[in-house]
Ligand binder design. Sequence first.
Ligand code: ADP
Length: 398
Amino acid sequence: MSLVLVLNSGSSSIKFQLVDPTSHATDEPFASGLVEQIGEPSGTITLKHAGEKHRIEAPIPDHAAGLDLAFTLMSEHKCGPKDVELVAVGHRTVHGGLLFNSPEVITDEIVELMRDLIPLAPLHNPANIVGIEVARELLPDIPHVAVFDTGFFHSLPPAAALYAIDAETAAEHGVRRYGFHGTSHEYVSHKVADILGRPYEDINQITLHLGNGASCAAIKGGRPIDTSMGMTPLAGLVMGTRSGDIDPGIVFHLHRTAGMSIDEIDALLNKRSGVKGISGVNDFRELRALIDEGNQDAWLAYNIYIHQLRRYIGSYMIALGRVDAITFTAGVGENADFVREDALAGLEMYGIKIDPAKNGREQIISTDDSTIKVLVVPTNEELAIARYAKTKSEAAQS
Ligand code: ADP
């Protein structure tokens, strides 16, 4: 079986999966794991393979040591890179800026170009690059492919991509909407076309990626025309711990009046906001349990979340004109039937009717006479990355 190693390198962690690119979205990967607490006195490496879980604790001074230890643990359990038929390594890469609109086979030149993009994603891209460098050193004979979270949205129309701020400043500093979760929106929207049995280019759709991070996209005739995340993944929908859209004036106010530093405001909006900021929890299972107990903060957090989601759905319906499908995906979208119901409640006059008997049971959850089909489609970004990595590396070799 040909496998692809998919790596998602963060500042202090590396998520890894060995994926069969021909598997299905809901299949378990061949192996998966996580290297955590890189750079701290003691770190952990966990591995899931063949129904068993393994864990080691060791000092992990840097990413190179972390990946090396992960490979050692994998080899001990017969799923190391040398034990399997590894055909490519796919790297999840957050920011492709305006340089990358599709996955790239990684060369030294590509790494240099990625370095130029660091100012756009100072928290994410350096870690991605370190992950790429150590993996290329450990696996020099395997093609490495970078898959960019922004790639799918590369060709957003200018009216959706540009912000109404001084054009010169914006151009000089790369300030524009890039969008994120592109791999998921692209994967899921293609699935929708398959499920509906219609050509991708013929349908207009809204995809709602509702996980801990959340974003939505309007895709017209196979081309994305708008998305909720912006220059950074902080914009748009209310998320687990991120605020989504807020008045930018709030940042100045907190800085000037509350004396908060830029880093403190950054942490507030990314880590202590969203559903968690209002209710204290960011997991929708806990949120639901609190709501059922009558917790008012949880109820308020949920209502703010749904209100913002409906705003986006409404504006994308207008932007698209005709809508054929609205699709829920990711942790919340795939599992929380109450979110799906509340997001689209009372929209019968717009041709949207969810069938409560299907919601939570079937893939198409709208009634047969609903003009707009409502779907639940599991996403699998690692699988999508594995497929890109395999195809790209094959194309480069041929
Ligand atoms: P990430 O953005 O971290 O990739 P996921 O797409 O995996 O997130 O989504 C994780 C979130 O999905 C959890 O925080 C939780 O809110 C939600 N979730 C997962 N399972 C369920 C469930 N059974 N019911 C409701 N919400 C769920």
